[in-house]
Design a protein around this ligand. Sequence first.
Ligand SMILES: [Zn+2]
Length: 326
Amino acid sequence: MNSISHIPKAEIHVHLEATITPSLCRKFAKRNKVILSDDFFGSEYAYQWEDFYDFLKKYDIVTSVIHTPEDYYELTYAYLKECASHNVLYLEAMVSSTHAKAKGMTYQSFLDSIQEASLNAERDFGIVSRYLMNGIRHLGPESVQGTAEEVLKNPHPAIVGFGLAGDELHFPPHLFSKTFDMLKEENFPITVHAGEWDGPENIRKAINLLHPTRLGHGVRSIEDLDLVKEIIEKDIVLETCPTSNIATKIYENYENHPVKKLHELGAKVTVNSDDPPFFNATIQGEYEAMSKIGFADDVLISMTRNAIEYSFLDNQKKKEVLTKLN
Ligand SMILES: [Zn+2]
């Protein structure tokens, strides 16, 4: 066992539907009578894809095998079990009601299943987890607005925040400002993907128009040091996903990835696996990669602390998890 196994970890940027392993994917496909051709399964990554747009397409097809609340239960429990085995204390995963409803599940039924898996995994392995509802940019502003309204009207114990994911380049922040003003008005915690595909100008717009306390990725802020300063001053945490960015060719390798520089400049960073099997990523692997590029163990632990402190978990439970960390 290497030293990374002993470092307590936390993950706050991972898409639950995208944690599906090839074996679960095949199992669900069989059970739900979905025909998946064998060329979805790759040799370099668990699933084969060419570029980001092909990735988005394959993502939809691979996750289309998830049909029932029971599938959600199995998927959630399996991922939590895997994370707990890597000493993950806390997990915050993004989920998509758009996906669940497209498959005929009700809002309540899929979230109840996730919640049941979450409670059982906490009982069985000690891992605490909560979930964020994602609006999907490329489905358009009305879809995102509808998703957010449903979340606010139907409070669910599993859901602690709202996120914005999908095609960042063609669906810029201003399209969604009405929705995020509404969420802010209700004091609903917000994180948005920004600064993965697009540069500093749109990160700035995302901060000013969408009121996030965390940014999904946010790494391209490194291209404008005034923006990095603003992120630090506004106490915004970066959910960086180095392996994901390398897989999608935004950066060449871990040494060239800005996570280290951002940390050195004083930004609060966390590391995350994003869409694990699509990139052969694991949360353990992210910590390992950071250790290899020179993050000392105490820095790795401080990233875990950032993730828990800036998570959207309620204060009482947050205290409990932080006590475990300390
Ligand atoms: Zn993401």
